[in-house]
Design a protein around this ligand. Structure first.
Ligand code: AHR
Length: 487
């Protein structure tokens, strides 16, 4: 057995933004058609929204959801996706080789967001469209009324403006399949789009497209856009063919620190008051197989990127969320890509069949219990034990939570201690673990889920736990009530 220790606090990293636990609904494969939207399925409501999916999204407690892409946005004409369904055009989406009937569009997405209590993050198409179309989209969504576009929204059934706050200035435009641009070209386009949106809404949260692997791109874009934007986006795919798969949180953390330092540097040079923070508005566990089924090309909602997640993926998801908590002074928003069926925690089939993948519980627990203030964790022996740790103090619940991922085949005896929080009492823990790293969940069999975990005991000055090999564990310590402390 390996031994290690984790000391949380008293130093704090900062408040954990709720937006770290976001999702993503792209018109890609069966994320929308057959996932979120499945009219005629017994599990769907009068809108055609799958109620079983909505229940899970609420359970995952996703404060923000990005839409409608992704690469899909490269050819998205937003006007196609509003108004009466029967008049909406059917088009081809060259990126994903699928047919897009627009039966679920912007208006439906906003309705769905309200029902599942998530805030929309909308991507402008800056690949094949431009500044004016972005402005028009803003006007349709957010202007109260009395203009052609805002009145069109009202006629389409939405009297109140959508009040969308988060906007992405394009998507991965450095590598778009269609409409790719150089850093210099994109920087000017994004700057001008940001400026016009700011004229309408000085408080808008604008996300400019960064490139995780190209600091020059990021510098060029930030130099132009920093005065007008709030976030630099970094998309990151974690490929399970990589030999270091489970160590990728540390690798990505270094990339985040570099990008954070660049944002600070540009801010200082330009003398800006506001900070630019990082939006990981796509983080993806992805083995790059399209998994396209024969005969499904150019159909509506083909099976694409439907990946079965294993134990290893659950550990990676858990450790990544811990890593975001540990960098919450730099990362202000993160969206798992994606929410349903497509590289996603939730999978569906017809007739109300739904199952939760291995990554579901680490996402759910991190989102539900990882809110508050992230404490700095100092560790001893953690790397040798393969342990990744984070800790969040929730002042409202008066609860200290540890998130602990063991990425090795040996159990770990961990000593937990904390400083700078009021006295804490009993522990409650859940853990997901298996030495069969290839195990996956399937319809009717959700063996991979977080179960009650008893191997934690409080000791003077902290607690001790024996964590299973290949495990993701969440331990919550609850503060004594006044009576309990004095008795
Ligand atoms: O999430 C799947 C795809 O991955 C998105 O469309 C794209 O933005 C990213 O490269």
């Amino acid at each position: 057995m390996k031994q290690c220790s984790v000391y949380a606090g008293p130093a704090r990293i900062g408040p954990v933004p709720d937006e770290l636990y976001g999702g993503f609904v792209e018109h890609l494969g069966r994320n929308v058609y057959g996932g979120v939207y499945d009219p005629g399925d017994p599990s769907s409501d009068e809108n055609g929204f799958r109620t079983d999916v909505m229940k899970c999204i609420r359970d995952l407690s996703m404060p923000v959801t990005r839409y409608p892409g992704g690469c899909y946005t490269d050819t998205w004409r937003w006007e196609d996706s509003v108004g009466p369904g029967e008049f909406r055009p059917v088009r081809l989406d060259p990126q994903w080789r699928q047919k897009e009937p627009h039966r679920f569009g912007l208006d439906e997405f906003i309705r769905w967001c309200r029902l599942v209590k998530t805030e929309p993050v909308i991507t402008f198409n800056l690949s094949t469209r431009g500044i004016l179309e972005a402005e028009e989209l803003w006007e349709y969504c957010n202007f109260p009324g009395g203009t052609t576009l805002s009145d069109r929204r009202i006629r389409n059934g939405a009297k109140e403006p959508y009040n969308i706050r988060y906007w992405c200035l394009g998507n991965e435009i450095y590598g778009s399949a269609v409409g790719r641009r150089s850093a210099a070209e994109y920087a000017v386009l994004a700057r001008e789009t940001a400026r016009i949106i700011r004229m309408h809404d000085p408080e808008a949260h604008l996300i400019v497209c960064g490139n995780p692997f190209d600091p020059d791109w990021n510098r060029t874009v930030l130099k132009e856009c920093a005065p007008f934007v709030d976030f630099l986006s970094l998309h990151r795919m974690f490929d399970d063919r990589d030999g270091n798969y489970l160590l990728l949180p540390e690798v990505f953390a270094a990339e985040i620190r570099r990008a954070g330092a660049l944002c600070e540097d540009v801010r200082r040079r330009l003398g800006l008051r506001h900070r630019i923070r990082i939006a990981v508005d796509e983080w993806i566990l992805y083995d790059h197989k399209r998994r396209e089924r024969p005969g499904e090309a150019w159909t509506v909602g083909p099976h694409l990127l439907e990946q079965d997640y294993t134990v290893t993926d659950a550990l990676l998801a858990g450790a990544l969320l811990s890593m975001f908590q540990n960098h919450c002074d730099k990362v202000a928003l993160a969206c798992i890509a994606q929410s349903v069926n497509v590289i996603a925690p939730i999978r569906t089939e017809k007739n109300g069949v739904l199952w939760k993948q291995s990554i579901y519980d680490p996402l759910r627990c991190s989102s539900r219990y990882g809110r508050g203030e992230a404490l700095k964790c100092r560790t001893r022996g953690a790397s040798a034990a393969g342990l990744y740790a984070s800790s969040v103090w929730n002042p409202r619940r008066r609860e200290l939570v540890f998130f602990l991922t063991v990425r090795a085949g040996t159990p770990v005896r961990v000593r937990l201690a904390w400083e700078g929080v009021p006295p804490l009492g009993a522990a409650r823990a859940v853990s997901l673990h298996s030495c069969d790293l290839t195990k996956v969940n399937s319809p009717g069999s959700e063996e991979l889920h977080a179960e009650r975990f008893e191997d934690v005991r409080t000791v003077p000055g902290g607690a001790e736990a024996v964590l299973p090999p290949f495990s993701w564990t969440m331990i919550r310590f609850k503060q004594f009530s006044k009576n309990e402390v004095s008795s």
